[in-house]
Design a protein around this ligand. Structure first.
Ligand SMILES: Cc1ncc(COP(=O)(O)O)c(C=O)c1O
Length: 411
């Protein structure tokens, strides 16, 4: 499919339009699974739904054999709605209300516990149900410039170890079966994963040696970067993304070393979000007007930052489809009545005219799920299947979709 085809799709489904290329999701999924399994065969890939929970995408990854990683009852229900079984759902996140936990426990999903209150709650639920619940413990450590220390138990202090002692001594309805860590997002240094897995293994050794606890799985979370997801504060030339095989080495080498004498190695779980979906999706938008603002060519398009929220903090590759060859430095403004609705500043683009389209690539991760319904209705999403068949996986929003939750008169 080329830009001419994209233009035709906007004529059918409207502009702006999100386009998913399923082959790219398949490629990324196979790539990460292959590179890790080569070094550590007992690996499972769990897709982090928060990156993009369009049903069509979650379903595709489910069909590819991916597990689901969810962080709320809402995401959990999305997984259930497409038929993912409880045992294939990993539940993370800092807040898991009791009613949601009950269902998740009954469904047999893998729950990574974030805090001591949650541990107590699960123990109570399990005791009410007359069962023993297997759980994982999320830990955090000082890794990278901005450690994700909000989540889980601090492993460098005593929090994590104390929690395991408490679990062993006081929570008879809980069995510790896994350790989870997630160190951030879009991480371009594989060495940080080596550091993380080494800390995880150190903790596993401590609870094995001192408490006699053996675990069944290690969940290393997500954060694997993609080539074009360059943050706005970094120069494109300084943004160099190592191949996923280096992440596999960073994680699997210490694992293989630690378990070299063990026939029964724990399951390794990875939770990629961005890595699986970012490159698969692009946003096609049409030019609606052209101005000169402070002597800079400024084009206006029919998409806005409400549907491309990452425009605030990262760069996107943008291509124009036009018959004009002449290029100029251009600012691209969105369609929202909001001064900060700037999709990209200072890009060299052909001198597009009204009705020409732009293709904004890498719009697959954290655009749909972070998008806001602000002033304008959100566009349709179409998916290009393997055989080039086009399927609409989300129709354009209608006014009724938004106002049906509200009342204008009160009795
Ligand atoms: C627990 C957990 N796992 C996985 C992910 C996915 O991260 P990414 O999209 O960077 O791979 C996140 C993202 O915040 C997360 O919080």
């Amino acid at each position: 499919m080329d830009m001419q085809d994209f233009k035709k799709l906007t004529e059918v489904y409207g502009s702006p339009l999100f386009i998913v290329d399923e082959s790219k999701i398949m490629h990324q999924f196979n790539q990460i699974r292959t590179e890790f399994s080569k070094l550590y065969p007992n690996t499972e890939i769990a897709y982090a739904y928060k990156a993009n929970y369009l049903l069509g995408i979650c379903n595709l990854i489910n069909e590819l054999g991916g597990l689901a990683e969810v962080v709320s009852g809402f995401e959990y229900m999305i997984a259930k709605s497409i038929g993912v079984e409880g045992e294939k759902i990993i539940v993370n996140g800092p807040y898991k209300p009791k009613d949601e936990l009950i269902i998740m426990i009954q469904d047999g999903c893998i729950i990574n516990v974030d805090n001591i209150e949650e541990l107590e709650l699960i123990n109570d639920i399990a005791s009410d149900e007359g069962m023993v619940v297997e759980i994982g413990l999320r830990i955090n450590a000082t890794i990278g410039k901005i450690p994700w220390s909000k989540f889980g138990f601090d492993v460098e202090g005593n929090d994590a170890f104390d929690a395991v002692c408490k679990l062993k001594d006081q929570f008879g309805n809980i069995d510790l079966k896994g350790i989870h860590i997630h160190i951030g997002t879009n991480i371009i240094y594989p060495g940080l994963y080596r550091q993380a897995v080494t800390i995880v293994l150190g903790f596993i050794k401590k609870i094995r040696d001192e408490l006699g606890i053996d675990i069944d799985y290690i969940d290393m979370g997500g954060g694997y970067p993609v080539k074009d997801a360059c943050p706005a504060n970094i120069n494109f030339k300084d943004w160099s993304v190592p191949d996923i095989k280096y992440y596999a080495k960073a994680i699997c080498e210490p694992l293989n070393d630690f378990y070299k004498d063990d026939d029964n190695r724990p399951l390794l779980i990875l939770e990629p979000g961005r890595y699986l979906v970012d490159e698969s999706m692009s946003l096609v938008t049409s030019v609606t007007s052209v101005k000169s603002i402070h002597c800079i060519r400024s084009i206006f398009v029919d998409a806005g930052v409400n549907i491309l929220p990452s425009a605030y903090y990262r760069k996107h590759k943008i291509e124009a489809y036009t018959d004009c060859k002449e290029k100029e430095l251009t600012d691209i403004y969105g369609a929202l009545c909001m001064n900060v609705d700037l999709l990209e500043a200072g890009v060299v683009l052909p001198k597009v005219k009204i009705g020409d389209i732009l293709n904004i690539s890498n719009a697959g991760a954290y655009e749909q799920s972070h998008s806001m319904q602000f002033s304008r209705l959100r566009p349709a999403v179409v998916s290009i299947k393997d055989d080039d068949e086009i399927v609409m996986i989300r129709r354009k929003e209608r006014v009724e979709d938004i106002i049906r939750l509200e009342r204008s008169v009160y009795e």
